[in-house]
Design a protein around this ligand. Sequence first.
Ligand code: NCD
Length: 305
Amino acid sequence: MRFEGRDIVSIKDFTREEVEHILKIAKLMEPLTRKGSDLLNGKILANLFFEPSTRTKLSFEAAMRRLGGECIGFSDPTTSSIKKGENLADTIRVVENYSDIIVLRHRLEGVARMAAEFSTVPIINAGSGSEEHPTQALLDLYTINRELGRIDGLNIVFVGDLRYGRTVHSLAYALALYDVNLYLVSPEILRMRKEVLKDVKKRIKIFEVENIESIIHKADVLYVTRIQKERFPDPEEYEKVKGSYRITLDTIRHAKSSLNILHPLPRIDEISPEIDSTPYAKYFKEVWYGLVLRMGLLALVLGAV
Ligand code: NCD
């Protein structure tokens, strides 16, 4: 297993053994989230965000700083030379001189892979269009494992925009490394992409179900996502599905007491705030696990552990 210098472009590039190693190293970071460490002293991370972000960008930054490293970057490309017409390849060739690792988010699929080909420093894909968001999948797995003590044997239900949501694509691939049953619930036009279904079906059982109510009693994890309004080619299509699902106390009244509700966030209206104070709600705890996971990942890719 080699992590130092490695690009994190797709979760499909990882074996189960590698994923488990990442989760194991992340666990070691838990006590360091407050205490800090000098593990990454002198290292610089560059955040290049061509799309909005709160958690991913800030958690990479916080993770780097907690480990003694430093951060540079932009979250508004209109303030960079991209605005003048510089292409991404040139931007990468420049930024690699200033940093030891680049975290990149872009609205286009395939951009992280392309950047990794140009870059001499490792690229972490922080979201590539509707395609993938591998570090989110890792932190989702970390959350499930920490909260439920295992991943194998669980019934996992995805609810929401399975077509344009990148987190569900990466998480489906990641779960395919385990022995789980995956249930999919979504509006008809937002069903899971065919190519993802085909790949994942080779390894685990997938069931596309009509509604949450029919499956909620079996669910160990309910993974809810927002409708990706900005990715709809036609705004009228969005209007048709807007507000079409919402998790309330009523939706989960037959749930197991150990049910975990996860959400990559941001939440719009798909989880009613009344859920927040129940023991089912893990989406804010997940934010902390995200910091821990990214600390572990940075330490691995930068060769500090
Ligand atoms: C997600 C993303 O950017 O894909 N956010 C995140 O990183 N936690 C989910 C979303 O935007 O819906």
